[in-house]
Design a protein around this ligand. Structure first.
Ligand SMILES: N[C@H](CCC[C@H](N)C(=O)O)C(=O)O
Length: 292
């Protein structure tokens, strides 16, 4: 019987199953495991699977798989938790880490309390505003206040990539009709060849917003760190927000700053370890040992 040792962590309620590949070996392809471990009734439960692996170019590498098994280039809440895990478990006992992601090697600053990391700031790098690189099929760049039709309604959308694609929509009320009905339609809209994460934003003030998120490959999550970063950029591009904002997400708050000096976005927020365990891999999963 194949087993998988895992750690459950969350960043502002965006929870993932983490596997430390410095010590473990995956018994099966991650894209097959992600839907199974993410199942909140028949599995461990989470928004997806995150692998923490050795890196040739950084203190560690993060690979992130959504609950549907699709691999994403970057995960903001996930990277804060990876940083905390790397520090707390002694993989690299430094309060400034370099972490390899699908969006490049990113630098991370930890606020520690003795042996444990409490809050984490990620330098998310520069936003990608070129339409074709987001990717979207909108003609002009940057993609600001473009019209998108979904569910028989028309929206003004602003699109940004933080290594992964985001479609930001400023609304009066981010209700279930928008998030749960239109979110999945926009996620798969033809304008987004790689699908897209969708952020519905209520503006409280030029420095404060409330966000609900329909995530590519995972559905509604309690928080989305790359999404919150994209919202900060979209807010500045549309003239609605200042460069430094507080974002209230369902699962907690994130602080964002799109720094004019270096054009980098900085995201600060919590990272929590919830529990560790051993998951017996169910019969029928195509194990590597059987694929050989
Ligand atoms: N669903 C996203 C990946 C997770 C992003 C989010 N959980 C975050 O904290 O950035 C995508 O397919 O691009």
């Amino acid at each position: 019987m194949s087993q998988l040792r895992f750690t459950k962590m969350h960043g502002a309620g965006n929870d993932y199953v983490y596997v430390n590949l410095f010590e473990e070996h995956l018994p099966a392809p991650p894209e097959k495991l992600a839907p199974l471990v993410s199942d909140r009734h028949f599995g461990i439960g989470g928004d997806g699977l995150i692998l923490i692996t050795p890196s040739e170019v950084a203190d560690a590498r993060m690979r992130m798989f959504n609950a549907d098994g699709s691999e994403a280039e970057m995960c903001g809440n996930g990277l804060r938790c990876v940083a905390k895990y790397v520090y707390d478990h002694g993989i690299a006992k430094k309060d400034q880490l370099a972490l390899e992601t699908g969006a490049g090697v990113l630098s991370v600053q930890l606020e520690t309390d003795g042996d444990l990391a409490k809050r984490v700031t990620v330098n998310m790098g520069e936003p990608i505003l070129d339409a074709a690189k987001i990717p979207t099929t909108f003609g002009e760049s940057p993609v600001v206040n473009q019209r998108l039709e979904a569910g028989g309604r028309e929206f003004e959308v602003t699109c940004v990539s933080m290594g992964n694609p985001h479609c930001v929509i400023f609304v009066d009320k981010a209700d279930d009709e928008l998030v749960l009905k239109l979110g999945p339609q926009i996620e798969k809209a033809a304008k987004f060849p790689a699908r897209v994460n969708v952020e519905f934003i209520e503006i409280i003030s030029p420095t404060e917003v409330r966000q609900r998120t329909w995530e590519r490959g995972s559905g509604e999550t309690l928080a989305c760190g790359t999404g919150a970063s994209a919202v900060c950029v979209a807010g500045v591009l549309t003239g609605k927000l200042e460069r430094r904002i507080l974002n209230h997400l369902l699962g907690g708050d994130l602080e964002l700053h799109w720094n004019e000096a270096d054009n980098h976005v900085y995201m600060t927020g919590p990272a929590e370890e919830v529990f560790s365990g051993i998951w017996p891999v169910p019969h029928g999963v195509p194990l590597y040992s059987q694929l050989a």
